[in-house]
Design a protein around this ligand. Structure first.
Ligand code: 48F
Length: 263
């Protein structure tokens, strides 16, 4: 006998257990693009309590579409090593350039991250952060999250809050979380101007290198990775070459893991 009520009960009990279990996190990631999911994979693999909040119903951000919806991604040697480690097949195109099927890359990365223990909350929009001051020092210590359909419908419904030791801002080109943070609070980021420097036009070679350099803490408690790192610290865009995104996810996970272990 199949009882519809039991189906509903199973979903509700499982989902709200996960949600409740995520009220206190080691790391909260915003954005399920390649950089955020890679960070989630490596942090979860190390056993940290990590959840990822993604506005859309689908995860993967800009990785599904390759270039112009032609769904292949391109990586260089260092990016290929990350894909190899995750178990995503690549094909050599010419020396130094490898391709991967964008759908296979996205689904494999997502699957590996979830199997490693990353909890993904899709259809959730991060609308703000929580900041606390201790001994005169401000620190980001939580995410303010709403249900995406509430946001889309413009309903006046208050959000809920998830406490976390670290936030990873992986919202891509828009740096949405940081933008809100800077707009609402009198604070200076760790950027040259103290503000969000802004993304520049296309220059793939420099952008790929800078993505890694710019992957760092932008304000106490909040790290930037992926395109958000370049937008925050002011560098170029790079188009459908994804090595920098993956390496940025690896770097941010490593730095936060070291801090979590030492604290
Ligand atoms: O843009 P996105 O794929 O970020 P990324 O990891 O990768 C960039 C590349 O896709 C590409 C590129 C590569 O060379 O330039 O653009 O930096 O994924 C960002 C994700 O964040 C979600 C958004 O829906 C997307 O899936 N997102 C954005 N704002 C919010 C959010 C928000 N406020 N709350 C939750 N999710």
């Amino acid at each position: 006998m199949l009882e519809e009520k039991k189906v509903s009960e199973a979903i509700i009990s499982r989902y709200f257990k996960d949600l409740q279990n995520s009220l206190e996190l080691d790391v909260a990631i915003v954005g399920a693009g390649p950089s955020g999911m890679t960070a989630g994979y490596y942090l979860a693999r190390e056993g940290f309590k990590v959840a990822l909040f993604e506005r859309k119903l689908s995860i993967g951000g800009g990785m599904w579409g390759g270039g112009m919806t032609f769904n292949y991604i391109v990586v260089q040697d260092a990016g290929k090593e990350v894909l190899d480690e995750i178990g995503i097949p690549t094909q050599k195109y010419i020396d130094g350039y490898y391709t991967a099927d964008a759908v296979m890359a996205t689904t494999t990365l997502a699957s590996k991250a979830c199997l490693a223990g990353l909890k993904v909350f899709n259809c959730m929009s991060v609308e703000d952060v929580m900041i606390r001051e201790e001994q005169g020092k401000k620190k980001v210590c939580g995410l303010v999250v709403n249900y995406s359909p509430v946001e889309m419908a413009g309903l006046h419904v208050d959000p809920l809050v998830f406490e976390t030791k670290f936030v990873i801002e992986a919202t891509g080109h828009d740096t949405e979380v940081l933008k809100t943070m800077v707009r609402k609070n009198d604070l200076k980021l760790f950027t040259p101007s103290g503000e969000i420097e802004g993304e520049k036009s296309m220059w793939a070679e420099v952008a790929e290198e800078n993505t890694l350099k710019n992957t760092q803490e932008a304000f106490p408690g909040i790290y930037v990775c992926g395109m958000a790192a370049n937008a925050c610290f002011g560098s170029y865009r790079m188009g459908p070459i994804f090595g920098g995104m993956l390496l940025s996810g690896v770097k941010v996970a490593k730095e936060i893991a070291e801090r979590l272990k030492s604290e």
